[in-house]
Ligand binder design. Structure first.
Ligand SMILES: [Ca+2]
Length: 215
């Protein structure tokens, strides 16, 4: 069993244990009347503590869909490139909003929006760019009961695309950490390359400098 399988098995065990506790019968007559369990209590409380409906909205005018690499003969070249896109959105680090009642909260999305396609490791099954908006609507790997409990504890509406299943984008502060999380692999890669270049610089720097400079 490799480390990844061990990790998956550990998570599965934890989830199973949580579910066992969740559905375990309480002792009748002490805390609650009859044969009831934690789930029953949670259902009672959650009915009283329904969080406000939350909706995730992408901004059609700010689009990661437009980040692509064009060949010199591509008719799109000159129509939209990195610079024109930056100009168009005015260097905006946000894309879309989360609507919660009357409140609107902006979604932090610089990596999904600006990272060049060649460096972006995420792709949708239809070949499109997988952004923080796709990630937000991805279902959480939790049972319906556990999702309900988590929603009650964090006081958040977890089902942001309103299909009846809790989503990653419903988790607290996801609008801030979802996009950086997607950008992490590329950030680590670039940081590693820069570190490698820096530590090996003494061996190749002077050679390049001698070749490049007229001295
Ligand atoms: Ca959902």
């Amino acid at each position: 069993m490799n480390i990844r399988e061990e990790f998956s098995a550990g998570i599965q065990n934890t989830r199973d244990s949580l579910y066992d506790v969740y559905t375990m019968d309480l002792v009748p007559g002490r805390l609650v009347p009859g044969d009831q369990n934690v789930k029953w209590v949670v259902d009672k409380v959650s009915d009283k503590l329904q969080p406000e409906n939350k909706v995730w909205l992408d901004d059609d005018n700010i689009g990661a869909e437009t980040v692509s690499m064009f060949g010199a003969s591509d008719p799109a070249l000159g129509v939209e490139n990195f610079k024109t896109m930056f100009d168009r959105v005015d260097g905006n680090m946000f894309d879309g909003i989360v609507q919660e009642g009357n409140k609107q909260k902006r979604i932090f999305a610089p990596f999904s929006t600006y990272m060049p396609s060649a460096l972006w490791p995420w792709q949708r099954s239809d070949g499109g760019r997988y952004t923080v908006h796709d990630f937000a609507e991805k279902d959480l790997p939790l049972s319906e009961d556990l999702s309900k409990t988590v929603a009650m504890i964090v006081q958040e509406d977890l089902d942001i695309d309103e299909d009846g299943v809790a989503d990653w984008g419903g988790l607290p502060m996801f609008r801030f950490w979802g996009d950086p999380l997607l950008g992490l692999p590329t950030t680590v890669l670039i940081a590693g390359l820069m570190f490698g270049a820096a530590v090996t610089f003494p061996s190749w720097g002077p050679i390049v400098a001698r070749k490049a400079l007229p001295i």
